[in-house]
Design a protein around this ligand. Structure first.
Ligand code: HEC
Ligand code: HEC
Ligand code: HEC
Ligand code: HEC
Ligand code: HEC
Length: 293
């Protein structure tokens, strides 16, 4: 038997139905139900190198590494600052980008997750904190978040909702394990900017988290910069799914040249500061955004 055939057969063997993700699904009532709907463990078994890289990225801990800021928004911002009730719509204002799967959570679950985030910071019991944080670590920007849920939303009108169970990719390589849909959307900076940019909530509120797509477009592209987010963050130096950023010395060093391109350009950076969302205009010498702290 040829090696290739064997590989295919092996793949068929593990080709148990992938979880049924995307449109038309019943909303999840528990975290485990939600995770099961978007289970990407199967993806990781077949794409182990990418999984390894992803696991080290901030996308893999996109809720647990931001607990403090979210706790402040849910515990103080929503009830005190704006005197609003903590609803799914409020939870989405943070979680739509930090865990896009939240869109498929029931109203009750979304609120419960927001309350868990509060408890993860406020609880006096160490064991409770540990337990909740472990539960919350199941929520993150995973394979399906990017390769399905957010794959068509840069042009919803044109591309419609994501096709259930399909995997969107830039090369259109077919796989016996999944329907692959070729899309150039994942090649564009706009794809990343959906999350690394501003969020317009249903009630019109605009949330800008520590993001930098504003500076990318206004500072870099407007001044002739031609590379996409993917060029610098995935393709260069075979960074792939590691998505190095401000926490990675190698890419930060590279930033010196990059920053020189856009030095002195004025633009607005949105920054989340404990209980208020403010836009601050600054002379951003870093090009991307002002680092925290
Ligand atoms: C438009 C998508 C989006 C929304 C909405 C959003 N975030 Fe974020 N958030 C991001 C991205 C992307 C990053 C990583 C940015 C970076 O490292 O430059 C991030 C990072 C963070 C961090 C980590 C900051 C750091 O420097 O490590 C915190 C805390 C945070 N967000 C809190 C919140 C809170 C609270 C809300 C709701 C008020 C919120 N986010 C809403 C996309 C979003
Ligand atoms: C933050 C978004 C994001 C996440 C999370 C993500 N990917 Fe990707 N992935 C991309 C983008 C964007 C590309 C296309 C990059 C390019 O070539 O322009 C890609 C490319 C790929 C490719 C094609 C690689 C190639 O060289 O042909 C595979 C396979 C893949 N991803 C699998 C996965 C798996 C498995 C996971 C989960 C472990 C995952 N991705 C998580 C955004 C993501
Ligand atoms: C049984 C194995 C298997 C599973 C499970 C699997 N894949 Fe794949 N995937 C493949 C194979 C094989 C290819 C084609 C690779 C090639 O031709 O180089 C592929 C291709 C891809 C591509 C590239 C598409 C392109 O544009 O070329 C992406 C992205 C991808 N898979 C993501 C995923 C995601 C996300 C999941 C989980 C929902 C997943 N895969 C589950 C085997 C698998
Ligand atoms: C579904 C929303 C989403 C999409 C799409 C997305 N990201 Fe992210 N990304 C995040 C969030 C949320 C974080 C921050 C997690 C944290 O720090 O809590 C993050 C973190 C990062 C970081 C690490 C930042 C640091 O401080 O080290 C880099 C780099 C990054 N993303 C690049 C990209 C690129 C490039 C793309 C497009 C290919 C992309 N992201 C697409 C949500 C997203
Ligand atoms: C020309 C190359 C280049 C392009 C294009 C680019 N980046 Fe970066 N990015 C870098 C470098 C270099 C760094 C590290 C130095 C720094 O922070 O300025 C970085 C840092 C980051 C960080 C971490 C910032 C922090 O301080 O935590 C995030 C997140 C990020 N980029 C996302 C993006 C997104 C999203 C896009 C597209 C909208 C993008 N980048 C476009 C080169 C690039």
């Amino acid at each position: 038997m040829s090696k290739k055939l064997l590989v295919i057969l092996l793949m068929m063997a593990v080709m148990l139905p992938l979880s049924a993700f995307a449109e038309g699904m019943k909303k999840a009532d528990t975290i485990d139900e939600l995770v099961k709907m978007f289970d990407d463990r199967k993806c990781m078994e077949c794409h182990p190198q990418i999984a390894k890289e992803w696991k080290e990225s901030f996308h893999a801990k996109s809720v647990t590494s931001s607990l403090n800021g979210m706790r402040n928004f849910f515990a103080i911002g929503v009830p005190t600052e704006w005197e609003r009730e903590l609803t799914k719509a409020e939870a989405l204002k943070c979680l739509d980008c930090h865990v896009p799967e939240i869109n498929y959570a029931s109203e009750k679950l979304a609120v419960e997750i927001a309350n868990m985030i509060i408890k993860a910071i406020d609880s006096k019991s160490k064991s409770e904190v540990k337990k909740i944080t472990k539960e919350l670590s199941k929520l993150r920007v995973g394979c399906i978040s990017c390769h399905n849920i957010k794959a068509t939303s840069i042009a919803k009108g044109l591309m419609g909702k994501p096709v259930k169970d399909a995997v969107y990719g830039v090369n259109g390589k077919e796989s016996p394990a999944h329907l692959t849909i070729q899309t150039n959307a994942l090649r564009t900076s706009l794809f990343c900017a959906q999350c690394h940019g501003k969020y317009v909530a249903a009630d019109g509120e605009i949330i800008m988290c520590n993001t930098l797509s504003g500076s990318y477009y206004n500072g870099y592209v407007a001044n002739g910069g031609g590379e996409t987010c993917q060029d610098c963050h995935m393709k260069k130096g075979k960074r792939g799914h590691f998505f190095p950023g401000g926490h990675d010395l190698e890419i930060v060093k590279e930033g010196i040249g990059f920053n020189a391109n856009i030095l002195g350009v004025k633009h607005t950076v949105g920054k989340w500061i404990p209980t208020a969302i403010v836009d601050i205009a600054i002379d951003n010498k870093s090009g991307h955004r002002v680092p925290d702290g």
